[in-house]
Design a protein around this ligand. Structure first.
Ligand code: SAH
Ligand code: SF4
Length: 359
């Protein structure tokens, strides 16, 4: 079987090819910068070498089977993998392009791409739609990387335009640590997409030992913790993983995580009506974050059919935010993008295909 070029970091590819390292560089430039998906077009490589590549490798990106465009401009992609399972990714326009009266671009548009790391998820959080389908498998590095490559190509986003990556799609990134680390390296490569680690945010439900492991690798990526509750009792109900790694263990792991001087660890706090949206919780949250360079991102629960939880009142969310700000804790409210197309947080799930059979 042919190997997928997208599965390899540049160093790994150089080893695989057993040829001078500039060859791997050239291939990276073709694939990630010139968006070429056919070895025969790589004109600075010898014919023999192209043939050898073609015999042993492929440039495989999963097929786009569905695209939904939200009123706010975000686009949700459904990709079909080789084994017919499907994953979702979302392109989020963060800032619009600014042009002057002559049409010259003054400020470039900014995008984030939300990527999936697994088909399904093992963690089983009570509020999350991805969890409902159970866990199927980890994505390969190439399957993670190709989400960004395909979306950039599909939207004709120039290859030198950097995007931000949030590992907040389907799956728990730290439960697929090795492949996620490879994808971080492939994304960062200056001969490739050149998306530096500080443009990549890994969101986790709090697998404390894996946070430690990721930190030890010192990659420079940003960390986001899905905290969602300030006492273990409620957190266990919402996120069963809390039985294995409680709040204290997560906070300890975060304190040991290397953070760039100018950056902060993000704490995502999913607000659910009448569960964790009161000022008492806000108080506890401030205490918990004491001593951490943190920023809090409040997420309003995105309802879906059949869920028992309710979206909090905007007024309560604002009060919660104000309390944190008054105590000197940076706090933003996450805009729920793509609500109308279920592309918002926790609304991604495998669709149309189950156990390999189309339904
Ligand atoms: N597994 C990782 C990353 C993917 S989930 C994690 O849990 O961090 C991305 C974010 O969406 C998480 O903070 C998650 O808790 C949140 N989320 C899940 N279900 C949601 C829902 N129904 N409404 C709003 N946010 C949700
Ligand atoms: Fe998995 Fe994250 Fe969903 Fe929890 S919130 S089930 S960790 S994807």
């Amino acid at each position: 079987m042919k190997k997928n070029i997208l599965d390899f970091t540049r160093e790994e590819l150089a080893k695989e090819l057993d040829s001078p390292s500039f060859r791997a560089k050239q291939i990276f430039q073709w694939v990630y910068q010139k968006y070429v998906d056919d070895f025969s077009k790589m004109s600075n490589l010898s014919k023999d070498f192209r043939k050898k590549l073609d015999e042993n490798f492929e440039i495989y990106t999963p097929e786009i089977v569905k695209k939904e465009i939200s009123k706010d401009g975000s686009i949700k992609y459904l990709f079909r993998l080789k084994d017919l399972h499907t994953i979702e990714s979302v392109l989020l326009p963060m800032k619009k392009e600014v042009k002057d009266s002559e049409g010259k671009i003054l400020k470039e548009a900014k995008y984030s791409i939300c990527v999936s790391t697994q088909v399904g998820c093992k963690v089983g959080c009570a509020f999350c739609l991805t969890a409902k389908g159970g866990f199927v498998r980890n994505l390969t590095p190439g399957e993670i990387v190709s989400q960004v490559l395909s979306i950039k190509k599909d939207n004709k986003i120039a290859s030198n335009r950097r995007v931000n990556i949030v590992y907040m799609g389907m799956g728990e990134p730290l439960d697929n640590l090795d492949n996620v680390v490879k994808s971080i390296k492939i994304f960062s490569d200056e001969n490739g997409l050149s998306i530096g680690p500080r443009r990549q945010t890994i969101s986790t439900s709090g697998l404390a030992p894996k946070i430690k492991k990721l930190g030890e690798k010192n990659l420079g990526v940003l960390l986001a913790i899905s905290l969602h509750a300030v006492d273990d009792e409620l957190r266990e109900k919402l996120m069963p993983i809390n039985k294995a790694y409680n709040i204290e263990s997560i906070i300890k792991a975060v304190k040991d995580f290397p953070v760039d001087q100018r950056k902060r660890v993000m704490f995502e706090y999913l607000m659910i009506k009448n569960l964790n949206d009161d000022i008492k919780s806000a108080k506890k949250l401030v205490k918990l974050l004491n001593g951490i360079k943190a920023k809090v991102n409040l997420i309003l629960f995105n309802p879906y059919p059949g869920s028992n939880f309710k979206r909090p009142d905007t007024e309560d969310v604002k009060k919660f935010q104000q309390y944190l700000l008054d105590k000197g804790v940076l706090c933003t409210i996450r805009e729920s993008k793509g609500l109308d197309i279920s592309a918002a947080c926790g609304q991604l799930r495998e669709k149309g295909v189950q156990n390999g059979n189309t339904i």
